[in-house]
Design a binder for this molecule. Structure first.
Ligand code: HPA
Length: 270
């Protein structure tokens, strides 16, 4: 495993135009951030040794290297989801490669269903913590010596970055929520009872990504900031049907706000 990570990192390092310490996973809601990146180098996932092979035909996964607001960054355009059939080692493989490449801070985004009755569709939620309900743990198996066998998760999401993001949102006049993200395997959306259950457990929003990547990043000592766009609601007593199309539409509408906060945060944080 370690050898594969190092082999992949060596391949990428040879092609890197600079040494970024910041990486971004361009999940739902952040696709348009790419338009603001001065891209120097693009590498298709399919050309990277040991990278998971995309299960979706025509899926354009690639790594980008360039500058955002003058700052060197590395970005993943497209991530690997557990529901697609990847195992957790594959889902989180790029994060370990990031660690090997010298990344110190990771920014992630996603779409989620809100369970907090104060939330509305289109809200942005800064992730302040998560609950891991995936059926397989990304650190299962022999410990990779990037971190301890039993990593602490008290501050999975960096408090300083959260405070900075709140200040930026305030300055930009953008309303943000803050809450707990519940990570589940999908691909079904939740039943009304499951939304209720996750809310009782302490969750504010639920989605099918992010948690595995964040756990592995923290194990590697990478600090993390995460933000979620609430694309549908599973609030008790108000069950509404949800579709992938609606999720996309809500995420697209919130995109400019999420992009504005992330852009500014990435530039200021370091
Ligand atoms: N549940 C799980 N994942 C999601 C949801 C949801 O309601 N919305 C967007 N991603």
């Amino acid at each position: 495993m370690l050898e594969k990570i190092q082999e992949t990192a060596a391949f990428i390092r040879e092609r890197m135009p600079a040494q970024p310490t910041t990486a971004i996973v361009l999940g739902t809601g952040l696709g348009r951030l790419t338009e603001e990146i001065d891209v120097d180098v693009e590498i298709n996932y399919s050309d990277i040794p040991n990278f998971p092979v995309s299960t979706v035909q025509g899926h354009k996964g690639r790594l980008l290297f360039g500058r955002l607001g003058g700052k060197d960054i590395m970005a993943m355009q497209g991530r690997f989801h557990f529901y697609e059939g990847y195992d957790m080692k594959q889902v989180t493989f790029p994060i370990r490669v990031m660690r090997e490449l010298g990344i110190k801070t990771l920014f992630v985004s996603n779409a989620s269903g809100g369970m907090n009755p104060d939330f509305s569709i289109g809200d942005l939620m800064i992730i302040r913590d998560h609950i891991n309900l995936f059926p397989e743990h990304p650190l299962h198996g022999p410990n990779i010596p990037y971190g301890p066998r039993f990593p602490d998760m008290h501050e999975a999401y960096d408090k300083q970055l959260i405070a900075m993001a709140e200040t930026i949102a305030d300055e930009l006049g953008i309303k943000v929520q803050k809450g707990v993200y519940v990570g589940v395997q999908g691909p079904t959306f939740e039943t009304p009872s499951e939304y209720r259950c996750y809310h009782i457990l302490g969750g504010d929003a639920v989605g099918m990504s992010t948690v595995p990547e964040v756990i592995v990043a923290r194990h590697c000592g990478i600090r993390v900031f995460g933000i979620s766009v609430i694309t549908d609601l599973g609030v008790e007593g108000k069950p509404v049907e949800v579709s992938h199309e609606e999720v996309q539409l809500a995420a697209d509408a919130a995109q400019p706000l999420m992009t504005a906060i992330m852009r500014e945060l990435i530039i200021r944080a370091s």
